[in-house]
Design a protein around this ligand. Structure first.
Ligand code: DLL
Length: 447
């Protein structure tokens, strides 16, 4: 299944793996077909549940002649992993694994994922490729504030940085004052964190009287949660770096499934290792490039836990148009949110990130917000709690609220009650931000 370590020589345009990142789309499709057959043979032989599904779909691995044949196979969903908890869908015995990760899962059992040593090697390569595409170079000191542990963010970014030839500060999330001190003292040039935690670091630095814009930071690798263009501007202005969007999910691998290049015009999805489809979230029907829908991913090289047509629940758009950077791999446009996070407020569909795009950057408002959903009578009511900028007089809060409510209504079409909060009153994230509090009966937990 190809060398574990791929070339480390690259130029800015061609990337870390130039031959792979710029291969023609025809060559890419041929490679995908080869690898698809191999992955189907792997599950046919090693995963009884997958064998039965392939059989039922009349899809014998050796009879697959085109990538479209895969569409005969039903989708996989998160509960398939839960139903076979912990290792039932693995194609390798536990003793052949190098590592397991798991998602915490707010309800029920966690989702467990596993990797062989070669899987870990490919993951490191793809994360290194992602970082190189975002302008990280061997020798850059990487401050890694993604959480270490069962979450794939910490170790995923760590291995990728090391593979690229970068020393890593494995600080994990939390202890924000110490993060600020070490960023200044060690002079890291790259920050890896969720965008909400990057903002929390910026805020604590300001409270400590430290100007991180004067630090050595140059590149931010931010992901693991949706974030808006307005949030990118805010983070860049306060940290003095160029912020890149990196995407991934543990079921498919972890961070590094897709990443922005220096053009920042969508995230290149690494098609030599994954097959990307976009489908209508309601019907599952395929959607053409450019339309918004749910991302579906098939792993082409993972040995321990191959995933076939996995429904990510993530809503985005795809484009196969050539990128200015010269890479030929398709681009996933910003992931606006998860299908599960969509709010329906009096018949209007709205994602938290849409509200973020309207609120962040408005004069007088700080980029700290939370959405509260309540049932009043028979109607769902959305309350947006957003902090005022430090120094804004409380007498100005009403006018700020009216202005924000007006923009939310006119730009998104949803009626929201806006509550302007005192600076520092909303919870700060140390990892993935919990943006939504759903107080409707039976759902009284943070989402
Ligand atoms: O969040 C992996 C990761 C770590 C990605 C660090 C990037 C950086 P999970 O915990 O399994 O894995 O959560 C995956 O997070 O399905 C999306 O809903 C969301 N997500 C991840 N990256 C982005 C992004 C990691 N760049 C889930 N933009 C995914 C929007 C993202 N949402």
């Amino acid at each position: 299944m190809g060398a574990v370590t791929e070339s480390r020589h690259f130029t800015s345009a061609a990337g870390l793996h130039p031959a792979l990142e710029t291969m023609s789309r025809d060559a890419l499709a041929a490679l995908q077909l080869d690898r698809l057959r191999a992955v189907l043979r792997n599950v046919w032989t090693n995963v009884p549940w997958q064998h039965a599904r392939l059989d039922a779909a009349g899809l014998h691995p050796d009879a697959v002649v085109s990538l479209d044949d895969l569409r005969r196979l039903p989708f996989m969903v998160k509960t398939d992993l839960r139903d076979h908890y912990p290792f039932g869908l693995f194609a390798r015995p536990v003793e052949a694994l190098a590592r397991v990760h798991a998602s915490s899962g707010t309800t029920g059992k966690p989702t467990v994922v596993g990797y062989t040593a070669d899987d870990l090697g490919r993951w490191a390569d793809l994360m290194a490729r992602s970082m190189a595409g975002a302008g990280v170079r061997p020798g850059d000191l990487v401050h890694n504030a993604y959480g270490y542990g069962l979450f794939t963010g910490g170790l995923g970014a760590h291995q990728g940085a090391e593979r690229l030839g970068c020393p890593v500060v494995p600080i994990s999330g939390g202890g924000t004052e110490r993060q600020v001190a070490l960023l200044m003292d060690f002079g890291a040039s790259v920050l890896c964190a969720t965008p909400s935690y990057a903002l929390a670091i910026a805020e604590v630095a300001e409270q400590m009287g430290v100007d991180l814009r004067q630090s050595q930071l140059r590149v931010g690798m931010f992901g693991a949660e949706p974030w808006s263009a307005a949030m990118r501007d805010e983070i860049e202005a306060r940290l003095g770096l160029r912020a890149y969007d990196v995407y991934g999910l543990s079921e498919i691998m972890g961070p590094g499934v897709a990443c922005e290049c220096e053009c920042r015009n969508g995230l290149h999805g690494w098609e030599d290792h994954f097959l990307f489809e976009l489908v209508d979230p309601e019907t599952g029907a395929p959607l053409p490039d450019g339309e918004a829908g749910e991302l579906v991913i098939t792993t082409l090289t993972k040995e321990a836990l191959p995933m076939l047509r996995y429904r990510t629940r993530d809503i985005t758009r795809l484009t196969r148009q050539r990128c200015d950077c010269g890479r030929t791999h398709l681009r996933i446009l910003r992931v606006t949110g998860r299908n599960d996070d969509m709010l329906i407020i009096r018949g209007v569909n709205v994602y938290p990130s849409q509200l973020e795009a309207v609120l962040v950057g408005r004069p007088g408002l700080a980029p700290h917000y939370q959405l509260v959903i309540e049932r009043r009578g028979s109607l769902d009511q959305l309350r947006v709690e957003v902090e005022a900028q430090p120094g804004v007089a409380p007498e100005a809060f009403d006018a700020l609220a009216d202005d924000a409510a007006h923009h939310v209504k006119s730009l998104i079409g949803v009626t929201a009650e806006i509550a302007i909060m005192v600076p520092g009153s909303l919870p700060r994230s140390q990892g993935k931000a919990a943006r939504v509090r759903d107080l409707r009966a039976g759902r009284e937990t943070g989402a």
